[in-house]
Write a protein that binds this ligand. Structure first.
Ligand code: GLY
Length: 358
């Protein structure tokens, strides 16, 4: 990570990124009648002590704890947060600090934005995935009836604090999950980031991780500031996610959850395969992309007989419109086009390709 944190703005929301970002965050906690910190059992143990130590001058009213994992990003957990805020007399002038990964920032943002028609919240992402993607861009929400992010709203945090101090708390699986999103930025828009990855396995990238995280944050901000509501350009960020979300839901519903990144990595293989057929991706590229992904992610364990169920889940995705499946596809490494209609048969073929070419 660079020596000093940098401050980037998305609309008017400050994003403080880098070493000691948390040390500079106290300013975003002043002026509130009550301050609540939302955690799960992991961030309570591993991140809350760090937060309380660095921000020892900030007076916290209470810690609200929900169960970790996508399985708990649901209306019951949201309702529990609203109950706690009510019980602890949170007024309109209260602040909710979301200290955790993508589940915490998604559900915490949702609970805050809807409680008493909206109280302020600050995102402090503690996972690589949260730092490069989930905590940025004002998407909040919960899963519902087996579908990811089915209920939610766009709501701006007051600030996003991205400090590498929390990355030391992650296991390899969580780290890799974030890396899939970093690969996504490289492939859709940032060939210089791809070059930084330099064909290395992820573990060998550690010395450059700080710079790479800052690049991803800047990449995401540059897209969201042009299209916050995802009417066009922001759909670029869905590369790998049409198939990825369906796979993530499939495995979640099967009782064997995979990480978001593992599902997106699989989705990027399918989307790259489709790209090579439809958008004139230069013919050396697919193999280079597959090699990079396979070097870092094991193939997911589903079977040909599961494809109809995965296709059904895909049809329910928010990216599907009027029954058509829509994909972000690559034109080459470092460039992509959003919202391309892809026939179902081609998507099925890409899943078969994924299973048969390992
Ligand atoms: N994670 C994709 C987006 O924020 O649009």
């Amino acid at each position: 990570m660079q020596k000093k944190p940098v401050s980037l703005a998305l609309m008017s929301v400050p994003h403080i990124v880098g070493k000691n970002a948390l040390g500079q965050a106290a300013v975003y906690f002043s002026g509130y009648s009550r301050i609540f910190v939302l955690v799960d059992e992991n961030t309570e143990k591993l991140c809350l002590p760090v937060f309380l130590d660095i921000l020892s001058n900030v007076s916290i009213t209470a810690v609200i704890k929900i169960k970790s994992g996508e399985l708990h990003k649901n209306i019951q957990s949201a309702s529990f947060i609203w109950q706690q805020l009510t019980r602890l007399h949170a007024e309109r002038n209260a602040l909710l600090v979301n200290l955790g990964g993508g589940v915490i920032t998604d559900i915490g943002g949702f609970a805050a934005a809807t409680f008493k028609r909206g109280i302020d919240f600050v995102n402090i992402p503690t996972t690589l995935l949260g730092q490069v993607d989930a905590a940025i861009g004002s998407k909040t929400g919960i899963d519902f009836e087996g579908y990811k992010n089915q209920v939610g709203l766009f709501a701006d945090p007051k600030a996003v604090i991205i400090d590498p101090v929390f990355l030391d708390t992650l296991d390899r699986k969580q780290f890799r999950s974030g890396f899939a999103e970093m690969l996504k930025y490289a492939l859709i828009m940032d060939i210089a980031l791809w070059e930084m990855m330099d064909n290395r396995p992820f573990d060998a990238m550690a010395p450059d991780l700080g710079d790479m995280v800052s690049r991803c944050v800047a990449d995401k901000i540059s897209i969201v500031e042009k299209d916050r509501q995802e009417t066009g350009l922001r759909k670029l960020l869905n590369f790998g996610h049409t198939v990825g979300h369906a796979l993530e839901t499939f495995f979640l519903n099967s009782g064997t959850p995979v990480t978001h990144g593992e599902a997106v990595a699989a989705g990027m293989i399918c989307a790259t395969m489709i790209s090579s057929h439809r958008q004139g991706l230069d013919c050396n590229s697919p193999e280079i992309v597959f090699e990079m992904i396979d070097r870092n992610f094991a193939r997911l364990n589903f079977a040909e007989r599961d494809i109809p169920e995965i296709m059904k889940l895909m049809a329910q995705d928010k990216k599907a419109k009027a029954g058509e499946l829509r994909f972000t596809l690559l034109t080459k490494r470092g460039n992509a086009v959003p919202d391309v209609v892809v026939p179902e048969a081609k998507v099925r073929e890409s899943l078969l390709f994924y299973l048969r070419n390992q």
